[in-house]
Design a protein around this ligand. Structure first.
Ligand code: NDP
Ligand code: KPL
Length: 312
């Protein structure tokens, strides 16, 4: 497949690298000048489960897309607040058949993508893979993960399944989901607990999970997500969600990972996606008249921390 990775930070680099290794034609699009320059000069470097690898990939600046690339698939992997800008930048590269797969964390990204892409071409998903930037042109990739995805418009199941197959052939362990909204809410519960808490507490997921208060806090946050999701017709299996979150404490798998929000704010002094995760649930709570004290407080705390650190 001819694939554009739109947003080639940590996760975009993981997907770009693995899809390139499995024989797809991949280009990267990003807005970070030093990163693009490093990739074009030295290849994309990765510590891939302890092994140093280099992928000869081409990277393009999103504001200077002088490239002729007839893409079958675009995988968007920006931060939530960059999504609209990225879609605006790449719209000239999309043709009638180009599918766009969104794997960002958070809720409601389809509303942005629908402005630029016909419903028939939109695939929605989420992922339990992790990744971290080491520096421009260099990422650290370890652990295992999975991808769930589904077509947004009825009748496009074949395309979604084909894309899942291409991802799986690349080792990305993707499956077609019958109810992607369920899957997105379930993943949002992982992010709604791990990301904000590990950021504020400056700890990795295992470190938080091993504390005595972890269960009570996680259960309170998940109950707020579940109440809001229910109004939208998504009935979360709470024990299943809690089991997935507890799986994140495992040091043998992803427990040592600092969630992407921690990487943003604590490591890189960047603004976070909290408004698209706990903040989204707090806003929906207001709309549906559901109390969301934990999500509201955690959103406020993360914004306070952003201001204290002068994040940009
Ligand atoms: N990292 C992870 O482990 C996981 C992340 N996700 C989700 O995937 C999506 C993408 O996340 P992720 O790959 O972590 O994002 P990154 O922060 O690594 O990259 C996103 C964008 O941020 C900019 N950027 C990142 N680092 C720098 C830097 N040091 N200096 C300047 N610009 C920088 C780049 O865009 P630009 O320069 O154009 O601003 C880049 O495309 C998010 O929705 C995230 O929540 C999901 C699962 C796990
Ligand atoms: C790995 C995981 C699931 C942690 O919440 C994640 O999505 C992230 O780091 O943003």
């Amino acid at each position: 497949m001819k694939i554009i990775i739109a947003g080639a930070g940590a996760m975009g680099s993981r997907f770009g690298l693995m899809l390139h290794q499995s024989g797809n034609e991949v280009i990267l699009v990003d807005g970070w000048e030093d990163h693009i320059k490093a990739i074009n000069e030295n290849g994309l470097k990765a510590n891939f489960n302890g092994e140093e690898v280099v992928a000869e990939l081409k990277a393009f600046h999103k504001d200077h897309l002088d490239v002729n690339f007839d893409a079958d698939l675009v995988i968007v992997f920006t931060k939530a607040m960059q999504l609209d800008g990225m879609m605006q930048s790449i719209k000239s590269l999309l043709h009638n058949e180009t599918k766009v797969l969104c794997l960002l964390n958070g809720i409601g990204h389809e509303e942005v993508i629908e402005k630029y892409v016909p419903l028939n071409n939109i695939l929605l998903g989420n992922t339990m893979w992790t990744a971290g930037m080491v520096g421009p042109g260099e990422v650290k990739l370890f652990g295992n993960g999975s991808v769930d995805l589904q077509n947004l418009a009825p009748g496009q199941e074949g395309i979604a399944k084909e894309v899942a197959e291409v991802l799986t052939e690349a080792g990305l362990n993707a499956k077609y989901a019958d109810n992607i909204l369920y899957s997105i809410y379930k993943k949002a519960c992982v992010n709604g607990t791990m990301n904000g808490l590990c950021t504020i507490l400056d700890v990795n997921m295992a470190g938080f999970g091993e504390t005595q208060e972890a269960d009570a806090i996680v259960e309170a946050i998940v109950s707020e997500f579940a109440a809001v999701a229910k109004v939208e017709g998504v009935v979360l299996d709470v024990p299943e969600v809690l089991a997935q979150i507890k799986g994140c404490y495992n040091r043998e798998t992803i427990g040592e990972h600092f969630p992407s929000m921690h990487q943003d704010l604590i490591t890189n002094n960047r603004l976070t996606e909290i408004d698209y995760i706990n903040g989204a649930v707090a806003r929906k709570g207001l709309k549906y008249d559901i109390a969301t004290p934990y999500c509201t407080f955690l959103t406020q705390l993360v914004h306070v921390k952003e201001q204290i650190l002068g994040a940009k």
